[in-house]
Design a protein around this ligand. Structure first.
Ligand SMILES: C[S@@+](CC[C@H](N)C(=O)[O-])C[C@H]1O[C@@H](n2cnc3c(N)ncnc32)[C@H](O)[C@@H]1O
Length: 271
């Protein structure tokens, strides 16, 4: 029997992938990420029936397979998220929505929404506090088409429900049956007011209007100060006057020289 040993990803292909990914996402992956990049390229190449990784990379980067090119970017982004992550922000939101800022519809944006857990956590708080007769809306955006698609489905493995406080889970989550027995679905009333689309925060924003509160959490950590400033500056333009910007708890917005004043830990207000 002949054993086929698979070649790894060459340094040249690694550099080419990393360079392309940086042009698309602004995220620079260092040489220490070789194993991670190789693993993700390998998985994608196998799914597409290709075993030679360098060949695959050459072909895809040359534009021979645009579907695989989009997927390559998707696979290299870090999409970790969960419901009610950094719960202090949801307590803050619950207090905030008792006094709408400008009247009219209360609008929230989950600006790097990943697979939607953040946006639906926001929706649960808004549904609870504002009810379904008052106008409110949640928009979720992400660079990755794959996670945006998942977010729009609103269907999650049941194990993810453990992060949702009982109070919200009982009101806004539906347990799946039959083929979806191990899944939960976010209630239709919330899905109807939550929409998702792709958007690259390094580029001009799509026309999504202005917001009372923007969650921009756990994506700024990947960028240098100049890029971080550029992103936050663009995002701040989508805040209503007096609106709030919520970065992740480990992401400081200090010294960016932007019209934001710190209000409490990881909460800034449009000045
Ligand atoms: C770690 S997840 C954070 C998800 C969620 N905000 C949270 O805190 O749980 C980071 C997300 O940022 C997205 N992302 C990375 N670069 C981006 C860019 N340039 N524009 C928009 N989204 C980006 C990734 O696709 C990923 O889904």
């Amino acid at each position: 029997m002949v054993t086929l040993t698979e070649q790894g990803l060459s340094r040249r292909s690694f550099d080419a992938v990393v360079k392309y990914f940086e042009t698309q996402s602004g995220i620079r992956l260092g040489p220490d990420k070789h194993a991670l990049v190789q693993g993700r390229v390998q998985k994608l190449a196998h799914e597409r029936g290709e075993r030679d990784l360098d060949n695959f990379v050459n072909r895809v980067l040359a534009g021979a397979d645009s579907g695989a090119l989009t997927q390559l970017v998707d696979r290299l982004t870090t999409n970790e998220t969960y419901f009610f992550r950094e719960s202090e922000h949801f307590q803050f939101l619950a207090q905030l929505v008792t006094q709408p800022l400008t009247g009219g519809s209360f609008r929230a944006w989950s600006a790097a929404s990943s697979s939607g857990e953040e946006a639906y956590s926001i929706a649960m708080v808004l549904a609870d506090r504002l009810g379904l007769t008052r106008p409110w809306e949640v928009v979720g955006t992400d660079l990755s088409t794959e996670v945006v698609h998942k977010a729009s489905r609103a269907l999650y493995p049941i194990s993810r429900a453990k992060d949702i406080p009982d109070y919200y889970r009982q009101r806004y989550c539906l347990k799946g049956h039959g083929p979806h027995a191990n899944h939960m679905l976010v209630a239709r009333t919330l899905r109807e007011r939550t929409r998702f689309m792709t958007a690259n925060l390094l580029e001009p924003l799509p026309d999504i209007g202005v917001f009372d509160v923007i969650f921009l959490r756990n994506m700024l950590i990947y960028f240098d100060v100049a890029t971080k400033r550029d992103i936050v500056q663009r995002v701040v333009r989508a805040l209503k006057p007096g609106g709030y910007l919520l970065p992740g708890h480990s992401e400081s917005l200090a010294n960016l020289d932007l019209p934001l004043k710190p209000v409490r830990t990881a909460v800034y207000q449009h000045a």
